[in-house]
Structures are given as C-alpha cells and as structure tokens.
Design a protein around this ligand. Structure first.
Ligand SMILES: [Fe+2]
Ligand SMILES: [Fe+2]
Length: 158
C-alpha cells in the first residue's frame, strides 16, 4: 500500500482532520478539511510535473495530506500550525512505516509551507499549491478576507 493510503487510514491523521473540520464548521473563510488537503496534494503534483522536479507522486500526496494536520492545535492554543503540524506529521508517518528520508523531507516541507521561501522543492510545492488551491473567485467572504488582492485567485489556474 502507498504511504498516502496508509496516512488516509491512520487513526491519528483522521482525528486531526475531524478536529480541523469540527473547529471550522462555522468558519466563513477557507477551511482545512479533506477537500483542501486533497486539492493541495493534486495541485502540488501538477506543479511538480510542470516544473520538472520529478518528485514521486506518493511523496507529494503524503505531504499534501499532512500539511495542515496541526491546524486544530493553532485554533485551540494559538500555536503556529506549521510547527505543531510538522511534529504530528512525523508521528503519523512513523506509524505508517514511512522511510526516514521521506519523514524528514515532509517535516521540513510542512515547516516551510507558509513562508514562501522554501529551501526544498517539496516545501515550494506545498506553498504554491496551498495558495493556488483557494477559489477566491467564488468566495462569499472575499471582501473580508485579509489576503492581499494580488494573492487572491481571481481566475482558475489549477
Ligand atoms: Fe497551512
Ligand atoms: Fe493548507
């Protein structure tokens, strides 16, 4: 079985996604549940192909699924979700018998997914896919959203 599918069946991961969805049930802005995680996985893989990075699909999807697993902790404790997420993701990946090289690559990419100056190709893919995944062009909360207008996706690209 792929690492991606082991993650998708991992109890700790599923708890994280469920908590993310529960906490954001009434959120008017972008959410961080299954739909977002799959969008990021798929868009990251498209960009991986476009840029010729040549990363394995399983690695990119695993990173996409896990990149926001710490989001609920940020909502509970105001801890930045990339830090707590990287730690949680490593624990999930160990439970999924993921190779250590992938665990450190994914951990680093999650740490970098919000800052836009990633030191790794995988971090770069997560950052770009995360931003491009949001459908600002059909968002009812767009006027109140604090993203700069230049960041907002007003046209469909991915
Ligand atoms: Fe995030
Ligand atoms: Fe995200």
């Amino acid at each position: 079985m792929t690492v991606t599918n082991r993650i998708a069946a991992n109890e700790l991961f599923l708890q994280c996604v469920e908590k993310n969805s529960k906490y954001e049930e009434n959120r008017q802005f972008c959410k961080h549940g299954w739909e977002h995680l799959m969008d990021v996985a798929r868009i990251a893989y498209i960009i991986n192909l476009e840029r010729g990075y040549g990363l394995e699909r399983d690695l990119v999807y695993a990173a996409g699924l896990l990149h926001d697993c710490g989001r609920y902790v940020e909502l509970e404790q105001e801890t930045p979700h990339e830090k707590v997420g990287a730690r949680l993701a490593k624990r999930i990946l160990r439970e999924c018998d993921c190779p250590e090289t992938w665990i450190s690559q994914i951990g680093q990419a999650i740490l970098e997914h919000r800052k836009g100056r990633a030191t790794s190709e995988l971090g770069d893919l997560l950052f770009e896919a995360d931003k491009r995944s949001r459908p600002c062009f059909r968002c009812e909360a767009e006027a109140e959203c604090n993203w700069k207008s230049s960041q907002k996706n007003q046209k469909i690209k991915y």
